[in-house]
Design a protein around this ligand. Structure first.
Ligand SMILES: *Cc1c(COP(=O)(O)O)cnc(C)c1O
Length: 395
């Protein structure tokens, strides 16, 4: 058995996206900036992909900048808003405690150069409170950056309401939508989003390619200086094959979005119900306002890393939090942000299921996790203390 349940870390490329990529590498290898006719065709192909991607999120082609992925788009959006703010003497930024590190580390960098950062709490539900956000806005706030969907617990943020509040107060709004693009409907105009980050490999495109949407009129800061590609905002010869395949992958994902949701939602709930039978366990994050592919549990008295190793031996690819921090001994900042204590946060499991999952696989996952948790608790000193009453249960 091999079950890939780590789609929040990356997804398998779609055959059509691979085909588009190979075709492009073979037939359209010219540099889009070159002079001759064949290079012009490469340039046209690039602009066609830009137009298609823009249309799929309700944007205009000139509002899309291609990047190396979600992290770069997050960095560029935040540093651009900070530069715009600084010019007006506005050096306050609002974000949330459970953002991706591409956002949090960029904010930390800005803090060192005199910016003030407010990280909103996300409560036990894993959802930002729009009223709290509005109350945190100040005269000198230059940016609100809140992710659309959390990558560890899958909770969906009230993006349109946040957009509304930010627009009303004249504050720029960026959203890291890496877990949302291709998975839920997005309309940057209707949702009043000023900047949005996306990454192809989270919606069955290739790794190392993504885009930043920035509403026209927003002056972007370059992270990479050099040639005049991407309207002078992102130098470097374009990743044409990556971009073209991204446009194919996004179109496919958007077209099959509703079908995927309807297929995965009941399987997700079946998995949640099955894993809830494990004593002293808890689902992390709200069950309703949650992506249809995300299951995240904490099990008291065990360590997540050992659980992952044993599940791997059973052919199940899962995660204990985000792939970016696995290997580190700190518990997930996301789980700490929703109020899980260190010990409990350590014993956590994220399953992010994909389109090809079926109930037979779901049954296998439930049985395997039950077995692994029981096994690990069998020799866990923490579990023994809980059983003998030396410690009291939290979950
Ligand atoms: C994966 C991910 C990123 C990083 O995207 P890359 O393309 O891997 O750089 C950023 N934010 C979120 C929410 C993600 O899930």
């Amino acid at each position: 058995m091999y079950i890939y349940a780590d789609n929040a870390a990356t997804t398998k490329m779609s055959p059509a996206a691979i085909q588009a990529m190979v075709e492009c590498l073979e037939k359209t290898y010219e540099n889009p900036s070159s002079f001759y006719m064949s290079a012009q065709r490469a340039k046209e192909r690039l602009e066609q992909a830009r137009g298609e991607i823009a249309a799929l999120i309700g944007a205009e082609a000139r509002e899309i900048i291609f990047t190396s992925g979600g992290s770069e788009a997050d960095n560029q959006a935040i540093l651009s808003a900070a530069a715009i703010g600084e010019k007006k003497g506005k050096k306050h930024i609002i974000s949330s405690a459970f953002e991706h590190h591409a956002v949090l580390h960029t904010l930390n960098k800005l803090k060192k150069s005199g910016f003030e950062i407010t990280l909103l709490p996300v409560h036990e539900s894993g959802i930002v409170d729009v009223k709290e956000l509005e109350a945190a806005l100040r005269e000198d706030t230059c940016l609100v950056t809140i992710m659309s969907v959390n990558n560890e617990i899958g909770t969906i943020q009230p993006i349109a309401q946040i957009g509304e509040v930010c627009r009303k107060h004249g504050v720029l709004f960026h959203t890291d939508a890496v877990q949302a693009v291709g998975h839920m409907p997005i309309d940057v105009k209707a949702q009043k989003i000023d900047m949005l980050s996306a990454s192809a490999h989270k919606f069955h495109g290739a790794k190392g390619v993504g885009f930043l949407y920035a509403r026209k009129g927003i002056a972007l800061t370059n992270l990479i200086e050099g040639g005049a590609q991407e309207r002078g905002k992102r130098a470097g010869t374009e990743n044409l094959a990556g971009v073209v395949s991204m446009s194919i992958a996004l179109r496919e994902s958007v077209q099959s979005m509703e079908q995927t949701r309807q297929k995965l939602l009941p399987v997700r709930d079946y998995l949640i119900a099955g894993l809830s039978e494990i004593p002293h366990s808890a689902l992390n994050g709200d069950q309703k306002e949650r992506m249809y592919n995300n299951i995240n549990f904490s099990f008291e008295g065990i360590e997540g890393e050992s659980m992952l190793i044993l599940l791997d031996q059973k052919g199940i690819c899962a995660s204990s939090g985000s792939a970016c921090t696995s290997g580190a001994l700190d518990p997930s900042h996301v789980l700490l942000a929703i109020g899980r204590v260190h010990d409990v946060a350590h014993g956590s499991l994220r399953l992010s299921i994909g389109e090809d999952i079926d109930y037979r696989q779901a049954d296998y996952i439930i049985a395997s996790v039950k077995e692994v948790v029981a096994h690990l608790r069998g020799f866990s000193p923490v579990w023994r203390d809980l059983q003998t009453g030396k410690r009291s249960y939290i979950l």
